[in-house]
Ligand binder design. Structure first.
Ligand code: C5P
Length: 232
């Protein structure tokens, strides 16, 4: 059976709360995503504390620096035992290859994925930083580069899934935030998609935060999503 594709975004700096929540959600989720807020507050010890729960971890720190520095950061992150980590594709081919090589040197099955264009950037923002738009074309260009450089996948928005799946083949990981089950609050997400729709479009992993973490009963919310996807 394929593993549950739902990774819960734990966007809190409260370690004990986060750990306890993840432990309760464990039967209904496929993993957790720990990001910059969590890592800035708790660092490697916080990640190790999570590793003890036994859920796959996506460490979302979006490394972007010179190849040697990114390779060192990737090595250190892989040594923490995380299952997925990410870098910015805009760091360029040498940096991307260095990141993959560094991860493989520590643990062969840690997935290295790339961020293409942050979804907070509009076409005008790309122009302001000298990147060639429109954003959708830049996403396709950077995702193709990531694949050529040996990365395992990309983070992408729901409306990019179909285009990237068609061009990058069946095995490339598409990790998708901005997922909202029917009736859930949009929060600050603009263009969302339901979990079932996103999987049908070709998503590999669904990153879901507030629809679970801010629900009155997070366990019930996670269970309902799992059941809607056939994991129960
Ligand atoms: O609470 P919500 O489901 O919106 O959480 C989505 C998670 O995915 C957050 O951790 C957010 O930072 C992250 N993310 C996103 N959109 C992107 C990239 C990452 O929402 N384009």
């Amino acid at each position: 059976m394929t593993p549950n594709p739902v990774f819960v975004a734990i966007d809190t700096s409260d370690l004990e709360y986060a750990r306890a929540l993840a432990a309760r959600l464990k039967p209904y989720i496929g993993g957790v995503k720990l990001g910059l807020e969590f890592f800035s507050a708790h660092g490697p010890d916080g990640v190790r504390a999570f590793a003890g729960i036994g859920l796959p971890i996506f460490l979302d720190l979006k490394f972007h620096d010179i190849p040697n520095t990114v390779a060192g950061a990737v090595r250190a992150a892989t040594n923490l035992g995380v299952d997925i980590l990410n870098v910015h594709a805009a760091g360029g081919p040498t940096m991307l290859k260095a990141a993959v090589e560094a991860a493989r040197g520590v643990k062969a099955d840690t997935k290295v994925i790339a961020v293409t264009v942050l979804t907070s950037l509009a076409d005008a923002d790309l122009e302001a930083v000298g990147q060639r738009g429109p954003a959708a074309e830049q996403v396709a260009r950077l995702a193709g580069l990531a694949r050529q450089c040996g990365l395992d996948g990309v983070v992408c928005s729901a409306h990019e899934i179909a285009m990237l799946r068609a061009t990058l083949g069946p095995d490339f990981l598409l990790v998708v935030p901005g997922i909202r089950p029917k009736g859930a609050d949009l929060g600050d997400q603009q263009r969302v998609m339901g979990p079932r729709e996103a999987l049908d479009a070709g998503a590999s992993i669904l990153v879901i935060g507030r629809p679970i973490t801010a629900a009155p009963d997070p366990v019930q919310a996670a269970r309902a999503i799992a059941e809607s996807l056939g994991f129960s």
